[in-house]
Design a protein around this ligand. Sequence first.
Ligand SMILES: [Fe+2]
Ligand SMILES: [Fe+2]
Length: 188
Amino acid sequence: MKIDSFRSFLVFYKRGDELKKGNFMSERRHSSLIPLSHDHHQGLVLALRLTKRRSLAPESKWPRDLAGQAEATLAFYREQLLPHFHVEEEVLFPCLSPFLKPQETLVSDLIEEHKKMGGLIAELRSALHPGTRLDEILSRFGILLAHHIRDEERKLFPLFEERVPEAEARQIGEEISRALGREAPELN
Ligand SMILES: [Fe+2]
Ligand SMILES: [Fe+2]
């Protein structure tokens, strides 16, 4: 992954309030995918904070110190990203896989990125005590998360919308909502 791919993503960035939902979510996004897109919005807010090393929202309670940022990232991973990855791997990806061509590796690539993010989180946990390398790990995590979300929004979701029959897509939407069982919590 090149840093340029993240830069291009900053088209979604707005100074002051960090991200605006209207700019991020496709107008034609299938309703079944909207809960996942809401999570993606929050994931991008986190990714921007990690790559900018601060929040640009004036009222944000995002910690200024690296140890606080690491703790907040671990909490976000545990409470939001992990359940999100689980729903994708257990509900969304299995539904989409039969509609992919053998040479299309997007789903396996995305699963690999989930694992890489899990690995960075493990590194972050073990780096918390000595207090070293936190900035590097947080930055790598932010870049990978933004890249991952971009691929899901720009490649995976359009494939779902194009190829999964409507009745099946609606049923998957119900399963996603049931499995997530929550609205995407807003980052402070
Ligand atoms: Fe994912
Ligand atoms: Fe996702």
